[in-house]
Ligand binder design. Structure first.
Ligand SMILES: [Zn+2]
Length: 306
């Protein structure tokens, strides 16, 4: 067998395996569009399976139940998509968050397979910018041997987020069942520590890409604003539910570390998105999570891109 044939066969087998191993939902091809000087793609990392009790826990039970029913989430558990943003800017190939990796949930950690299926080599990623340090955003930085999956990238973390996960406050501020989040965050941060740059709100790690302060979900959560047209916000976990986050941003969320601040940040970002008519990419909104925000009554609504 010639080397060429052997290679093609191996590649074909790998692609076939990836297609079988990844659930249909996660195998959605990247959703790509032009935004100003950027080419933006959303690539799925699969989805999380979470207790429905996480959703809108602070809302009045009847109103909450109606919204969950409308979203098709009336069971004990629901599926939360995980949408990773990939940005091409000049010679840079930038990932915003890096998914769950293979130590969080079996339904997540599909980013590597989906990038490969789309013909994108993780060795070509030049920058990885993290919105925050939760498992579904950070733990995919390393493989099962704790080696970096993007060996040629520089990493960007908000200084406040880095300090939170490394400090005493992490243990005090998280419920006991999430103690593993601290271990995992520190393991992944340790792997990137020689290649990490600290960010503060207002920084532009790439021309036209600005860091926006959006604390509450975690202490140092950031979003990204991309210049061009009416703007584009990569929102991380500020707006996580297609109905509740927009109609009732004031309802407290179990997943937020600082619930009051999280609610305040949601309203502020919703107001900015609706005023500027910017596009939004929501990490946990239905894939690909791209749309715009409109005012509705005294709140807002998410309008998914066609
Ligand atoms: Zn998340």
């Amino acid at each position: 067998m010639t080397e060429l044939t052997r290679r093609s066969l191996l590649a074909a087998t790998a692609a076939g395996f990836a297609a079988r191993a990844v659930p249909a939902f996660a195998a959605a091809p990247p959703y790509t569009f032009k935004h100003g000087a950027f080419e933006v793609s959303v690539v799925s990392d699969g989805h999380l399976v979470l207790p429905t009790s996480f959703l809108g826990a602070g809302g009045p039970p009847e109103e909450r139940a109606a919204l969950l029913k409308a979203a098709g989430q009336s069971g004990e558990q629901y599926q939360s998509p995980t949408n990773i943003t990939l940005i091409r800017s000049g010679s840079d190939l930038i990932l915003v968050d890096i998914g769950s990796g293979d130590r969080f949930m079996p339904t997540a950690g599909k980013l590597g397979d989906n990038l490969k299926a789309a013909g994108i080599d993780r060795g070509k990623i030049t920058k990885v910018i993290f919105t925050h340090g939760h498992p579904d955003h950070l733990w995919g930085a390393v493989d099962d041997l704790d080696d970096l999956v993007t060996p040629n990238a520089t990493f960007y973390v908000a200084a406040r987020e880095w300090d939170f996960w490394h400090g005493e406050e992490a243990a005090r501020g998280l419920p006991a069942e999430r103690a593993g989040f601290i271990t995992g965050a520190r393991r992944n941060y340790a792997a990137i520590k020689d290649k990490v740059k600290m960010l503060k709100p207002g920084d532009e790690p790439v021309a036209g890409l600005q860091i926006v302060d959006t604390p509450g979900h975690t202490q140092g959560h950031i979003a990204l604003a991309l210049a061009g047209g009416d703007g584009l916000i990569v929102g991380g976990d500020v707006l996580t539910h297609p109905l509740i986050s927009f109609q009732h941003p004031e309802w407290k969320t179990v997943a937020d570390h600082v619930p009051d601040q999280g609610a305040q940040t949601r309203r502020k970002l919703l107001d900015r998105l609706a005023t500027d008519k910017s596009k939004l990419i929501g990490f946990h909104l239905p894939y690909p999570g791209v749309g715009i925000v409109e005012r509705k009554d005294s709140a807002w609504r998410f309008v998914a891109a066609p």
